[in-house]
Design a protein. Structure first.
Length: 275
């Protein structure tokens, strides 16, 4: 198991698609930070803490808003495409007959999950570091009209009491979100042999979920203390959207994606005959 995991890990690290996904995410982050810097030069938001500007806390003001939209595509393109590619190329048949299907499919799933998490976390870490070069690291103050981390947002208490711990905690959530997106790609790869199409499936799933969630929120009032609960997965990719973003909602969304994707992957893997 260790040997095939290391092999898949090296294959993932050396893949051009991982580099492309990381570079694309970095460019989006840099463009968003540049927008903040332009405002900083105009003395706009000079006293706004980096914790409130960070993409992990709330929506971006510029290009960063596109990061959460294209993340399902970037995380899947990082490495989960390799499942369908191995099937179509015949590589999987040679590997499974030598090391066993369980070891191969387990290593493939874990490496793909990690690759997706790395893309999302890497983007957030880069954003925080770049913003920190010119934005003050003031501890956020409740009701300062800058941060939207009210009691109905994920980790709002920790955000105000220990913001650095909040950053670390949300990076962990970002890793899970990135891995969950990639798991959709791995599941799709077990059903679709075209690796380009399978890489697009996570983006299509998130888009369809957004449409259905918005429709449900318009038709049915799902709220807590008068504030609508965040049902759209894209809005749950940062801690403080305009809707109520509760931990139970976020963990339930991630759990649902991972469980369904894993079931499809496992069931298809058991029946797979390497043909």
């Amino acid at each position: 198991m260790k040997r095939i995991f290391v092999f898949e890990w090296k294959r993932m690290i050396r893949s051009k698609t991982l580099l492309f996904s990381a570079a694309a995410a970095a460019l989006i982050v840099i463009a968003d930070v540049f927008a903040w810097f332009r405002l900083y030069q105009q003395e706009v938001g000079v006293d706004t803490s980096v914790f409130s500007k960070w993409l992990g806390t709330q929506p971006a003001i510029g290009a960063g808003s596109y990061l959460h939209v294209v993340l399902p595509l970037l995380t899947a393109f990082a490495y989960s495409w390799s499942v369908s590619y191995d099937r179509s190329s015949g590589y999987i048949a040679q590997t499974v007959t030598r090391i066993g299907r369980r070891r191969y499919f387990t290593a493939k799933y874990l490496v793909s999950f990690i690759s997706g998490g790395m893309i999302f976390v890497g983007a957030l870490v880069l954003d925080f570091m770049l913003l920190g070069t010119f934005s003050p690291a003031f501890w956020p103050i409740p009701d300062d009209l800058v941060s939207f981390a009210d009691p109905f947002k994920f980790g709002s208490v920790i955000f105000y009491q220990s913001p650095y711990l909040f950053v670390l905690m949300w990076c962990g959530m970002a890793f899970l979100w990135g891995g969950a997106m990639a798991s959709i790609g791995t599941a799709a790869g077990m059903l679709i042999k075209n690796h380009i199409v399978s890489s697009v499936v996570p983006f299509l799933v998130f888009t369809a979920q957004q449409i259905l969630a918005v429709f449900a929120m318009q038709k049915y009032r799902i709220a807590i203390n008068g504030k609508a609960i965040a049902l759209v997965w894209t809005e749950q990719l940062y801690a403080a959207p305009s809707t109520a973003n509760l931990p139970v909602t976020v963990f339930s969304s991630i759990g649902f994606i991972v469980v369904v994707s894993t079931l499809i992957y496992v069931l298809r893997g058991r029946k797979y005959e390497c043909l």
